[in-house]
Design a protein around this ligand. Structure first.
Ligand SMILES: Cc1cc2nc3c(=O)[nH]c(=O)nc-3n(C[C@H](O)[C@H](O)[C@H](O)COP(=O)(O)O)c2cc1C
Length: 147
C-alpha cells in the first residue's frame, strides 16, 4: 500500500548552513533509495516541510527511526498521512526546494516549481491531498514575517 506523509518542523540551528542541508540530503537520499521512498523537502526561513511517499511500512519506519530523532530539527508536526494511488515524485529519492527557489521570481509560485518536479503521471492528475497541503503551508510560510 502506497502512502504519502507530510510533516513540518523547525530547524534547531538559527542559521542552517548549506553544508548542513547537503549532509541531511545526502543521508536522506541514500536511505530513501534503499527503502523505496521518494519525495520533496522544502526549507525556508528556518522551517522544513517534507513530503515522503512509498510503502506504508517504509515511510513510517524512516519517519520514526531517522527523521523524528534527528536533533537538527524540532517541533515535528505530522500534518497528514494518506493512501495514494501513484507517486508524484517517483524520480526523486528526495528533491529539494531551498530559499533561492522559494524567493525566485521566475517560477511565480511553488506550484510552478513543483510542476517541474512532478512526474508526468502526476502532472496529468489533480494534486493529491498531501501536495495540496504542501502548497498551502508554503503559501503561509511565504506570507509570514521574516524571522
Ligand atoms: C529535515 C530533515 C529531513 C530528513 N529527511 C530524511 C529522509 O527523507 N530520509 C531519511 O532516511 N532521513 C532523513 N533525515 C535524517 C537524516 O538524513 C540523517 O539521518 C541525518 O542527517 C544524519 O544525522 P547525523 O549525521 O547527525 O547522525 C532527515 C533529517 C532532517 C533534519
Amino acid at each position: 500500500m502506497l502512502v504519502e506523509l507530510l510533516y513540518c518542523s523547525v530547524s534547531v540551528a538559527p542559521q542552517i548552513t548549506d553544508a548542513d542541508l547537503e549532509h541531511i540530503l545526502a543521508c536522506a537520499r541514500r536511505r530513501n533509495l534503499e527503502a523505496g521512498i521518494t519525495g520533496m523537502l522544502l526549507y525556508y526561513r528556518g522551517e522544513f516541510v517534507q513530503i515522503l511517499e512509498g510503502r506504508k511500512k517504509s515511510v513510517e519506519n524512516v519517519y520514526e527511526k531517522f527523521i523524528g530523532p534527528d536533533l537538527k530539527h524540532t517541533a515535528l508536526n505530522k500534518v497528514h498521512q494518506n493512501t495514494i494511488s501513484h507517486r508524484s515524485f517517483s524520480e526523486w529519492s528526495m528533491g529539494f526546494i531551498g530559499e533561492p527557489e522559494v524567493e525566485s521570481r521566475m517560477p511565480l509560485s511553488v506550484i510552478g516549481i513543483l510542476m517541474n518536479l512532478l512526474t508526468d503521471e502526476a502532472k496529468t492528475k489533480p494534486l493529491s491531498m498531501g501536495l495540496n497541503a504542501f502548497v498551502s503551508i508554503y503559501n503561509q510560510l511565504r506570507k509570514s514575517p521574516y524571522r
